[in-house]
Design a protein. Structure first.
Length: 127
């Protein structure tokens, strides 16, 4: 899937001032419930990029919020749930969230014209 960056690795949060420890962006062409493109944590990359191809390995689900986050990595990178939790803690510490690892390719990776449902709804169809 194509991920476009909007909060690059090392950039400063505009209000809270912390530096982003991971590349953060959105899955191009995949709609979230709020109508924006679905947010993504890009893990396992050494430098920020505006655009990259990556594969989805998990979804960070927030049951009290409709803003799930995809966890994407470059091909060849594997991560445990513990590693994902550690790398996303900077943001997820403020939310009740669970990590839902994917045993098959993320349904969000379909071409944009087919990716119209929220990630959590798409995930449920694969379980």
């Amino acid at each position: 899937m194509e991920v476009r960056g909007d909060r690059p690795l090392g950039s400063q949060h505009p209000e809270l001032g912390f530096a982003y420890p991971v590349d953060s962006g959105f899955a191009h062409g995949v709609s979230a419930p709020d109508g924006d493109e679905l947010d993504s944590y890009v893990l396992g990359v050494p430098e920020p990029r505006q655009r990259r191809l990556a594969r989805c390995i998990a979804v960070v689900h927030r049951p009290d919020d409709d803003d799930d986050k995809l966890v994407v990595v470059p091909d060849g990178v594997q991560m445990s749930d513990a590693e994902i939790r550690q790398l996303t803690h900077f943001q997820e510490q403020y939310f009740d969230s669970t990590i839902r690892p994917l045993s098959s390719p993320c349904p969000c990776a379909a071409p944009p014209r087919e990716a119209t449902r929220p990630a959590a709804a798409q995930l449920e169809t694969t379980r």
